[in-house]
Each structure stands twice: as C-alpha cells, then as structure tokens.
Design a protein around this ligand. Sequence first.
Ligand code: AMP
Length: 282
Amino acid sequence: MRVIRTIQELRQALKLLREGSKKVALVATMGALHAGHLSLIKQAQKAADVVIVSIFINPKQFGPNEDFSAYPRQEKVDLALLVEQDVHIAYVPDIKEMYKADFATSISVGGITSGLCGDVRPGHFDGIALVVTKLLLHAAPDVAIFGEKDYQQLMVIKQLVSDLDLPVKILGAPILREKDGLAISSRNIYLTADERKIAPELVKTLREVAAAVTKDPTSPCEALLENAKSSLISKGFSSIDYLELRHAKTLASMTAKTDQPARLFVAARLGTCRLIDNIDVK
Ligand code: AMP
C-alpha cells in the first residue's frame, strides 16, 4: 500500500493507473477506522480495481463547540488496518495541503441540508460539501462510497455531485451495527460503560416506531414520535436533537408514511456523546 500525502503525488499515481484502464474507488474517512469503514472498503473493492481510502479530519465540518481537537487520531493503527485490507492507496493529506493559508472558497448545498443535522450543526454540511468536492477532484474516482450511517450527508453528496456534474458514481452502504444494534461509530469509544448499555435503546426505539408506522401508515405519527422522545429521555438520554419521519429521497418532513419511501432519523445526546441513527420504514 502507498501512503500519499500530497495532491500532486496522488494525481501522478492515479495517472499511471488510469493509463492501465483501472477503475478507481474512493472511500473518504476521518480515520479511527472501525468495521463500518471496512464494510465500505469491501464494497469499494467489489466496485473497482483500485481502492483509495482517504483519512482527513476536516476542521471545516466541526462547529466551534464541537469535538475537532478531541476527535480520535490513530494514524499508525489505521494504516496497518488498511494494509491488512489490501487497500492500494491511503491518501492522508495534512491540513495545509487541503486548505492553504489564503483559502477563501465555500460550497453550500441548499434544500436537502435544511432540517435534521443541518439545523442542529450550522455550517456542518458546507464543510462536508467542500472537503468531499476537494477529495473527488484530487482522486477523480469512478465511484465513491459513503455510509447510510450519515444518511443526510449521503444525500447532500448525491445532490452536490449531480448539481456540479462531477463525473463520479456515488454509492450508499448500509449501516454496520454492533450485535446489540448500536450503529458503529468512531465516537462510541467516548461512551462510559453505563452509557454503552443505554446506547442501543436508540435503534430499539427507531425499530419500535418504524413497526408502528408500518402497521398504520396513514395515521399521523407526531404523538408516536413525541412518546418515543420521552421514552429515550426516561432511559437516560439527556436530550433529543430530533426524532423525525422524513421522505427517504427528498428528506421532506412527513407526518404519515402513506405510500411514500420513508426513513426515521434520530440524533440524541448521551453523556458527552451525540449519537445519530436512522432506519428505513418498510
Ligand atoms: P467518518 O470517518 O465518520 O467520516 O465516516 C467515513 C464514512 O464511513 C462515511 O461515509 C460514514 O457514513 C461511513 N460510516 C461510518 N460509520 C458507519 C457504519 N457504522 N456503517 C456504515 N458506514 C459507516
């Protein structure tokens, strides 16, 4: 595996591979790699000949009171894991390579970014849109894989790629979960032992609400959602940023599923952690 830290070196390496007609896939990560990331890499390996995994903790997607400086950093461990996975290129640019001192451009995707994490984390999706655009321009992959764990992010990236006519296919990957259902996340290590026991209640609640909506798709679900929020608080969550039913493609708010594709989205705080999750409503 090659570890590449500059845009120039990455472009040079990819030029040679492309001359050999290799299909290239990108998996963009912030490191602290776990089984969820590895499942994206497996999907990338099925979709392409060459897999690039980027590791870059993007300061522009963190708000001023968020955990940028505390975000887990374990480059050596991550690189060893990527070698084990037979990844071809680890792209690990530093902050100066990504954002030069006079950097002044922003990218803002409208529509799909309003509501859910877009409201709770102002500027977050601008930071995502910017870094993903840059990574796609650096690696120019044929396909790029993003997890449904960050479902709104996946939809923002699809919108961005469509709007800017970027020549890349965006694929979504299903959420990988722990045995007890908790969605795997780099931030789960910050849960205390007690919080870790409470955390799976998030997906349990989503599954219960989803089952109730499926059973009675034409009934308004506001009361159901309010009850579920109260139940999460009673189980130990300190606050609920949102628990909402939304259209699975447009992310428009829904009060009942009716015959539309729908998903449930939740973000809740447990101790110092903010957990997000989402599930399909059949
Ligand atoms: P991150 O390193 O948190 O920025 O995540 C990098 C990519 O991995 C994103 O596309 C995430 O949606 C995806 N991802 C993170 N956790 C999971 C998971 N548990 N299952 C599937 N994809 C995931």
